[in-house]
Design a protein around this ligand. Structure first.
Ligand code: TRP
Length: 332
């Protein structure tokens, strides 16, 4: 049953989608579309906050992200899919919220300093980058969304969104914005092929656009418990990134089997990887065939985005009438 409550989430268009994004976000989004009135969008403005010097890659990223949304199972008949920059009301709300947002609130969001450290080669001492969580707040509250499915890394952003919604309501004595809640995902950290969190910047990711050969290659070359040198050495599955991926992609029986096999040297690392390869391919195969279909149907992609954008703009415009009124702005 659909409760009619609003869910909103976005994904930044900054490169290819990997299995971590799929398991950590998209799979969850797909499940939610049965129960809620879901809005899912491609955050192309957010991609520019860090990628402003290289806009050439953006068009391709946006298109690929849309294809991956649909190939992962988002259904344009059951949720609203759109592109952030096609709904300029987000920018208007961002501007108006900037009037009431103390600088200190933005400066103390932990991702602000962390990302600047991480991306030292880019100049992120910009106004737009500081405002990243404020733009994200506008994205969410313009739909008066109740739930925001995100990973734990986004919790500080949700916290500031709640604070800003509360501040707005208090300042203008109107309950316009509900405070959004995070819906945390079951697999917040999918390990990459080196055991660290799967991430584009670590070069350890398996992408939805990889070929079956590439996926197989990547898993075959994965590290396992370093103590298992010979086939007859026993190992500790917890020290093996392969086992961490089994936890995400394999059944409970298979997990138990490979864990016991690892501890007793009853199974070799190659065979353990073969089971994982089979399970990962099983998840990816339907995505690949849908991707193939969609890549060759730009008219359908355009139609989906046009329809989603229209619906999103209507919802956003309704909220903006209330916001302009609350802030004393002229309205015809
Ligand atoms: N910051 C999110 C990310 O990096 C993307 C995003 C932008 C978002 N606006 C949002 C997520 C609103 C949820 C709600 O993936």
């Amino acid at each position: 049953m659909n409760t009619g409550e609003k869910v909103l989430s976005g994904m930044q268009a900054s490169g290819r989608v990997h299995l971590g994004n799929f398991v950590g976000a998209l799979q969850n989004w797909v499940r939610l579309q049965e129960r809620y009135d879901c809005y899912y969008f491609i955050a192309d403005w957010h991609a520019l906050t860090t990628g402003y010097a290289n806009p050439g890659a953006l068009t391709e990223s946006v298109n690929d992200l849309l294809i991956n949304f649909l190939a992962s199972g988002l259904d344009p008949d059951r949720c609203t899919i759109f592109i952030q920059s096609q709904v300029p009301e987000h920018a208007e709300l961002h501007l108006l919220l900037s009037m009431i947002t103390p600088l200190g609130w933005l400066e103390r969001v932990p991702t602000y300093k962390e990302k600047q450290q991480e991306l030292k080669e880019r100049d992120l001492s910009t106004y737009g980058f500081l405002g990243y969580p404020l733009l994200q707040t506008a994205d969410i509250i313009i739909y008066r969304a109740k739930y925001v499915p995100v990973g734990v890394d986004q919790v500080p952003h949700l916290e500031i969104s709640r604070e800003i919604a509360r501040r707005f309501n208090n300042l203008y004595c109107k309950e316009i914005f509900p405070e959004p809640d995070a819906l945390l995902t079951k697999f917040p950290k999918v390990p990459g092929i080196d055991g660290r969190k799967m991430s584009k910047s670590y070069g350890n990711a398996i992408y939805l656009s990889d070929s079956p050969k590439e996926v197989e290659q990547k898993i075959r070359t994965m590290m396992t418990d370093p103590a298992r040198v010979k086939r007859t050495d026993t190992g500790d599955p917890e020290l093996s990134p392969v086992y961490q991926l089994h936890k995400v992609f394999s059944s409970q029986e298979e997990q138990d089997e490979v864990a016991a096999g690892c501890r007793t040297a009853g199974i070799g690392c190659i065979d353990c990887k073969k089971i994982l390869i089979r399970n990962v391919l099983r998840v990816l195969e339907p995505i690949w065939s849908k991707r193939e279909e969609l890549i060759h149907d730009p008219a359908r992609l355009r139609h989906i985005i046009e329809k989603g954008t229209k619906k999103a703009r209507e919802a956003a415009a309704e909220t903006m009438v209330l916001v302009r009124e609350a802030m004393g702005l002229y309205q015809p």
